[in-house]
Ligand binder design. Structure first.
Ligand SMILES: NC(=O)c1ccc[n+]([C@@H]2O[C@H](COP(=O)([O-])OP(=O)(O)OC[C@H]3O[C@@H](n4cnc5c(N)ncnc54)[C@H](O)[C@@H]3O)[C@@H](O)[C@H]2O)c1
Length: 444
């Protein structure tokens, strides 16, 4: 455990990443297929894994004078891309190639190169309830006597997938649609109540929570890429503890929210006031269509709006942020497909209260920003499991709009603090000194 190297502390015993790692994707739409196609393209040398911290990132170790900055993937034992095996569920029968072609994120030319591989990935029948995603009418869904029966069918799917592919381990990353907004209720308050609710098909248990339950019960860590409750309630946290499984969420931090968590910490760092932040988007993919339903949009809105409140801390800086007017809109506009356009108008004020404006027009590609997050989450959740970390993985807040935290703890939204937290967790795992950026030792 301990090492003789100066600055080294006891690290954690991490089981090696032997054998194949299954990546289970509930929801095989734009994000999931862009992720799978991208991993295959990288494996075959057709493209580079841009945007992925696990593939491109480095980590500084020790003092600045030591010159030690290994690649993250050389520093911690991550599964290799060659060892990833994919499977998923959907409520439509399209294979990964057909679904990717429908999503229209990657060009036909790029998709054609990975076509043979993508066609081999066929979704398993999904667990679906139309009242949770009102804009979709799934045709490829499981039926069962109860929600517990459906969970058991999912567990049988997971078991079958692991056996058929001789898998050592698996992780799940939710890439399904955003469900209608729900708050945790009595059935979510303990594992016993939740399991009873599954047996009696309690209407407050969403399909996404049935997947999460089945995964954790099957020894599969679960990351939640949508704002759905899924694993963000006491019953699931109890199960994660009991099963020794890591969980994390919610809602991938891409596009506009990514920009917010880059800019807002800067305004606060320079004590610039923010009077208003108006954000609007147009997008035309299936996600946009789902979010056109006010109840699904409500889940997104809650997830998107919390960010500024936590970063700007109006309670500490009332003169600067108390009256902030924060508005978020998403408009479904089919001509744009996955190529979203997000506008931000930011009304700030400086010295003596003089007003200024900042305009951002981000012509982004949603799934291109989300796919590397899915990859990093899959690899880091597997690392967490092999390191004996279970329950909420707050160090992965970096990837989420609405990071899960221990009850009573406010989430950290500042991208740069999140990155430091992530890298310090990796250093901690390997017994390396944490980096505080104090730096007095260079001047002693
Ligand atoms: N792309 C981004 O930048 C981004 C950012 C944050 C969050 N997200 C979230 O990620 C999720 C996926 O986004 P997307 O653009 O791929 O959407 P998408 O509509 O292309 O894909 C979602 C897929 O999930 C399927 N689905 C819905 N309910 C299901 C269920 N119960 N079981 C199995 N499959 C189900 C749908 O049929 C569809 O194929 C959405 O919830 C979205 O809000 C995306």
């Amino acid at each position: 455990m301990s090492s003789t190297q100066k600055g080294k502390m006891a690290g954690t015993d991490i089981r090696p990443a032997t054998g194949k790692l299954g990546v289970l994707l509930p929801g095989m739409g734009a994000v999931a297929t862009t992720f799978i196609a991208g991993v295959e393209a990288v494996r075959r040398g057709h493209a580079k894994p841009i945007g992925s911290l696990t593939q491109m990132g480095t980590i500084r170790l020790g003092k600045r004078t030591e010159g030690r900055s290994p690649k993250v993937s050389d520093f911690v034992p991550l599964a290799s891309l060659d060892d990833l095996v994919f499977a998923g569920w959907d409520i439509f029968e399209d294979n990964a190639y057909e679904s990717a072609a429908h999503a229209g994120v990657l060009t036909n030319e790029d998709l054609a190169k990975e076509k043979a591989f993508l066609e081999t990935i066929r979704p398993m029948r999904g667990v679906f309830e139309p009242s949770y995603v009102k804009k979709l009418h799934g045709t490829y869904v499981k039926s069962g006597k109860s929600k517990m029966d459906l969970a058991e069918q999912l567990m049988a799917d997971i078991d079958g997938f692991k056996k058929a592919n001789g898998l050592d381990r698996a992780v799940a990353v939710w890439c399904g649609s955003t469900e209608v907004y729900k708050q945790a209720s009595d059935v979510h308050s303990s594992l016993a109540k939740f399991e009873k609710g599954l047996a009696t098909s309690d209407e407050n248990i969403a399909p996404s929570a049935i997947y999460a339950y089945a995964c954790l019960k099957s020894g599969v860590p679960y990351a939640n890429g949508a704002p759905n409750l899924s694993v963000d309630f006491p019953a699931m946290q109890e199960l994660a503890r009991q099963a020794g499984m890591p969980i994390c969420g919610k809602d991938y931090k891409t596009g506009q929210t990514l920009m917010k968590t880059i800019l807002a910490p800067g305004f606060k760092a320079r004590y610039l006031g923010v009077e208003g932040w108006y954000s609007t988007n147009i997008l035309g993919n299936r996600d946009g269509e789902v979010l056109d339903d006010p109840d699904s949009f409500k889940s997104k809105e809650v997830s998107k709006k919390g960010v500024l409140d936590y970063i700007l801390q109006a309670d500490l800086y009332p003169e600067l942020y108390k009256d902030l007017c924060h508005v978020v809109r998403i408009n479904y506009y089919p001509p744009r497909g996955d190529n979203k356009e997000g506008w931000d108008n930011i009304d700030i004020f400086g010295w003596l209260g003089y007003k200024m404006q900042i305009k951002i027009d981000f012509l982004c590609r949603d799934s291109i920003l989300a796919a590397p997050i899915v990859l990093d989450l899959a690899l880091f959740m597997d690392l967490a499991q092999r390191s004996g970390m279970h329950g909420i993985q707050e160090w992965l807040s970096f990837y989420f709009k609405s990071p899960m935290t221990a009850p009573g703890l406010y989430p950290e939204h500042d991208l740069f603090i999140q990155l430091m937290k992530l890298k310090n967790t990796l250093r901690h795992l390997r017994g390396e000194e944490l980096i505080t950026h104090l730096g007095t030792e260079y001047y002693d």
